[in-house]
Write a protein that binds this ligand. Structure first.
Ligand SMILES: *Cc1c(COP(=O)(O)O)cnc(C)c1O
Length: 433
């Protein structure tokens, strides 16, 4: 299968090139040139299939010409070696818990898939692949965990100084080996701009084999469609329309859902649930797409003012506002509303939402309150609440338990490379390490 750029200025490329380049030469993002449609028999039998079985079938539809079946099968099984439970929180609202991977955030799914695919495509090469990733918190740790000690790959993580939680920082900076954590004097948008600039820089590209591990990489997007099928399968026998509420920042997770829908999954609608970084809900409301600087919130992994996957959504909807509106409802919530939701759901349902999942829960509840037809809402619970301990304890006024998986990071030594918001400085770091 071939992949095309959302900017449509370059020719289509094979998967290997799309995965190793990350960003297309024309600055666009790669998308499948045509989205494969899955047979109705598969979609009707989802409830009888395991997560791994579903993931393998969906992955094959994209990758079968590029990766041998046996390799892909064991890759999928290795990537998804943890559960993604669907938990009922209240009537007609379910939590899809995407945080049971090694770093306890949903980005584990995409990062693990991508790291193994990159390792497959670079097997036997004698030059190291340099992977650059900008992170507002969870991406970097998931990518680091996915790539740690993978032979032939060097990883550079750019994160905004003082804008990730203490535990998130530990999860970025304590790996060592082939993982370099770069602390940038700037915002997440600065980090993302620097990463994009490096990937587009001719001189750097002549000297090194460079690639990106951001949600812009197609190898992260594809696996983010798997769990929509899985969740849908568990609810399909209730015979009600199913909506997915996605807590969104760069919109990679939501775009994974749109991909699933384009492959034939009959999702009734999606909810783009955001914090104060509300460019997409604003676009849906006003018809004007106006990226702006990001603002800091308590759901910091969603603090994105200029979501890169907007280009992919636009491509999927042929740039038509009416299609966008039909498929996606946009809601935005303040930090106060999010904290209120966390308290309410904890007290009433005994379920602990993290600040990101709480935004998605709020979106699910809002849509259901405006819908007359019986509808089931699944919200994506994208991180374990303990990753945001300070916010959670401040919100609840009580201590929360920290899982051993996270506690381990807190005890390790940090290794930080400090950097100004400067491309020249990034260039020299990339050449030195
Ligand atoms: C990255 C992240 C998000 C946002 O996902 P996007 O794909 O960037 O929209 C939401 N919640 C958590 C916990 C995240 O780490």
């Amino acid at each position: 299968m071939l992949y095309s750029s959302t900017s449509r200025l370059t020719t289509h490329v094979p998967l290997e090139k799309a995965v190793l380049k990350g960003l297309a030469d024309d600055g666009g993002l790669y998308m499948p040139a045509s989205v494969p449609v899955l047979p109705p028999a598969f979609l009707e039998s989802l409830h009888q299939l395991s997560l791994q079985e579903i993931a393998y079938t969906v992955a094959s539809a994209f990758l079968q010409e590029d990766v041998p079946a046996q390799v892909l099968k064991s890759l999928v099984e290795e990537v998804l070696n943890f559960e993604i439970p669907l938990v009922k929180v209240e009537k007609d609202i379910y939590s899809l818990e995407l945080f049971h991977g090694p770093t306890m955030a949903f980005k584990d799914v995409g990062a693990r898939f991508m790291s193994r695919l990159m390792a497959y495509f670079t097997r036997g090469k004698n030059e190291a692949l340099k992977v650059i990733v900008a992170t507002s918190g969870d991406t970097g740790s998931a990518v680091a965990a996915g790539f740690h000690q993978v032979q032939g790959i060097q990883v550079y993580i750019l994160y905004p100084k003082g804008k990730v939680s203490p535990l998130q920082q530990k999860q970025l900076t304590t790996w060592g080996d082939n993982i370099t954590a770069i602390e940038v004097e700037g915002t997440f948008d600065d980090c993302q701009r620097l990463a994009k600039q490096a990937l587009a820089d001719q001189e750097l590209n002549q000297r090194h084999l460079l690639t990106s591990a951001n949600s812009i990489n197609i190898a992260r997007l594809i696996p983010q469609s798997f769990y929509y099928f899985y969740a849908y399968g568990q609810l399909q026998q209730q015979d009600k329309p199913i909506v997915f509420s996605v807590p969104s920042g760069n919109f990679g997770n939501l775009t994974g859902g749109l991909l699933a829908a384009a492959m034939g999954l009959p999702v009734h609608r999606f909810i783009a649930a955001t914090n104060a970084n509300d460019v997409v809900p604003q676009y849906l409301q006003t018809g004007v797409y106006a990226p702006k600087p990001s603002v800091q919130t308590i759901s910091n992994a969603m603090d994105v003012g200029s979501p890169s996957n907007y280009a992919r959504m636009e491509a999927l909807f042929s740039g038509e506002l009416e299609q966008f509106r039909r498929r996606i409802a946009g809601y935005t919530f303040t930090d106060e509303e999010t904290q209120k939701t966390i308290r309410e759901v904890y007290q009433r349902n005994g379920y602990l939402l993290d600040p990101h999942g709480a935004v998605a829960f709020s979106g699910a509840r809002k849509l259901l309150s405006q819908t007359k037809e019986p509808t089931i809402a699944v919200f994506l619970e994208t991180a374990h609440p303990a990753k945001f301990r300070e916010v959670m304890e401040d919100t609840l006024g009580e201590a929360i338990a920290i899982p051993a998986k996270l506690q381990r990071f807190a005890e390790k030594q940090e290794h930080i490379v400090p950097m100004q918001n400067s491309f020249e400085e990034l260039k020299s770091i990339l050449s030195e390490v």
